[in-house]
Write a protein that binds this ligand. Sequence first.
Ligand SMILES: Cc1cc2nc3c(=O)[nH]c(=O)nc-3n(C[C@H](O)[C@H](O)[C@H](O)COP(=O)(O)OP(=O)(O)OC[C@H]3O[C@@H](n4cnc5c(N)ncnc54)[C@H](O)[C@@H]3O)c2cc1C
Length: 335
Amino acid sequence: MIPSAYFPAEASGLWVFLEQEAGKLESVALELLGKGRELADARGLPLTGLLLGHGVEHAALEAIAHGADHVLIADHALLDTYTTDGYTKVACQAILDRKPETLLLGATPNGRDLAGRLAVRLKTGLTADCTNLAFQEGTDLLVGEVTGFGGGVLASIKCAHHRPQMATVRPGIFPLPSPDPTRTGRIEWFSVTLSPGEIRTEILERVRHEGVDITRARVIVAGGRGVKGDFAPLTELARLLGGEVGASRVACDLGWIGRDRQIGQTGFVTRPKVALVCGISGATQFTVGIKDAELIIAINSDPEASIFEEADLCIVDDLFPVLEALIAELREETP
Ligand SMILES: Cc1cc2nc3c(=O)[nH]c(=O)nc-3n(C[C@H](O)[C@H](O)[C@H](O)COP(=O)(O)OP(=O)(O)OC[C@H]3O[C@@H](n4cnc5c(N)ncnc54)[C@H](O)[C@@H]3O)c2cc1C
């Protein structure tokens, strides 16, 4: 077995990678601070945020308010925007210098990219796309829960002999912690050695995606194959309820609605207050993305549909007249 860059006996502390965009922390970084705080408290560990960027000190304060005890900032003009080379080199320097026991990253495009690179450089393991994290009772072993084979298998994965033990988690899996602006913590600057020649990519243009973020919606009206391509009543109902439209993968695959609204294992994980699920059968790959809704209302014409096992309120009917009636009722209240 190839040893990692440092050994378990040398490692200490729980770290969260604080991914930021233009100085604003990604929501998944805040969610990981919430989970990280819980994990750190269970073992009496300090929680450190690793923050790479340029002029990002305010983000460190935000991280402390959300649970970090300590933020290690690597500030450099070449870290202003994410590059694989720049971020890998500097994160590696910080990790090798401080030797954290555990490192958590968001499973965003950049977080996934960085996590894979770091795992190879540090010769350690990476548990990707965890749906839960816990330390094995009485040990320092992080156990990442991962679904596999289309949701048919739930695997618990640990990294026994290599450090840091690394895991990525998709946005929306853990709840966003409430910030406490009175929390205090230590901010420390890490000296960065990085030159332009070490970064092999050049960013020519940045195009901001203007799509919807359904992970933040308080109300979701989701449709699947059963809506038969007609999302108009769902869109109107979502508007009246101040919510967003979501969809099953089938509805996205059929081109009825944009991929940015897909809920589930290969879509987004949401936790709205209310989810109205219309014409969706309830495959586990879909329900993992909606199961944490406070209230699930399902409309399906098939009384045997498995979505009814997840739903709090079950309406066995054709979805169209039900939506029509709801819309008419709400329009009377909110013209
Ligand atoms: C690796 C993998 C990843 C996947 N990831 C995802 C994912 O992220 N998200 C996701 O959604 N799926 C995902 N899937 C696909 C998933 O397994 C299901 O195929 C999909 O969720 C089914 O979509 P659906 O419920 O819209 O369609 P169907 O399963 O075809 O269900 C349609 C439902 O509509 C009902 N219906 C029909 N007409 C009406 C009507 N008029 N009124 C009321 N009800 C009606 C039917 O009774 C039926 O229950 C994944 C699959 C794999 C293998």
